[in-house]
Design a protein around this ligand. Sequence first.
Ligand code: ZN
Length: 413
Amino acid sequence: MLALVGTIVDAEKVLPDHAVLVEGNKIAKVVPAERVGEFGPERVYGGNGFFVMPGLINAHTHVAMARFRGIGESMPTQEWLEKIIWPREREWTREEIRNWTLLGMTEAIANGSTTINDHYFFAEEIARTAETIGIRAFVGHTIIDLVDFPHAAPEEGFRFFKRWRGRSDLVVPTLAPHATNTVSLELMSEISKVSEEEDGRVHIHLAQSRGEVRELRRRYNLKPVEFLHRAGVLNERLIGVHGVYLLENEMKALSSSGSTLVHCPSSNVELEAKTVNLPRLVELGLNVALGTDSPNPVGSIDMFAEMRCMALFSNLMSGKPRSISAREVLRLATVNGARALGIAVGLIRPGYLADLLLINGRKPWFTPPENPYSHIVYSARGSDVEAVLVNGEVVYERGYFVRLGKRIEELLP
Ligand SMILES: [Zn+2]
């Protein structure tokens, strides 16, 4: 048994001076800190001045794209894709993917993501790397049939999905059509069939750019959500990403179908100078989760930075200060991501999987300690993460990756 001691913070409660007891891969109990000794834990982490919180669910990533960070800054989206990203992506080798995935995952874990929902080529390598480092990973092999893209063959996407079903404690395969304008209606219908038969999640870029919406109208005379509905994937297994160009009736349809929309605020503002009206989505009852997207052309795989962006951009888009509470922001980054993926994480509750963060709150920017929600959303940074547990196991502690037996600096290329 392990114990994590500090102020317990999740989207439902704040409990100062408490301890979370972890047995096997689950949370066994939450008790006042003074009672920890009664349970005889093998190791006690944290103490006075620490926060214990659920691991953050990074609901949309392409971790290997850390490779392209800083390249092609200040280019419009289409030009950036055509000149910078696509030519480089066509050149990927298996070994490079493995190395950059590992690096991207170290960045995700060290900054508090215990689960990622990744969408990329060479999914086999991504899945194996997740097991090596010990992160919980939903992994989809990117599928495209309307653009010639050698690494995105639909057959490999289906093969990968079937190969990894029920095979791992940490890795869950998903179906990952690239976007509504790069996959045909026929292929989407095939994806819908497999998703239904195998209860698989469908993870897709949705209404990300004006070009996507325009192309779809030209090809099928459909809006993005109508396209998904026509293909039969508009249901609680759908995880759409971005939604920057969704119309009100599309948002309503997404909401009533029980689907999830992953909001990636910094990516949207970087590439499109636009993002969603978050309070409106929340008002419609849509399950909105949070993702960092790829850390390029600029940025980092840091969910703390992303939470802050989400809260601030929400004010900007809705024209109202304090348009979303810090507690609600934490809910989106934990509970809603867990709901999207169908896993019992995101809250500190007995019986839930022990995916947890220990945050060192003994810093000026956590002082005074009155408002933990505000501190976690507006003041915390990824580097405040002291330890990370995934599935009950400490996988990261102060710069050291336990399963790899290496410090973060030793992993740099
Ligand atoms: Zn993306």
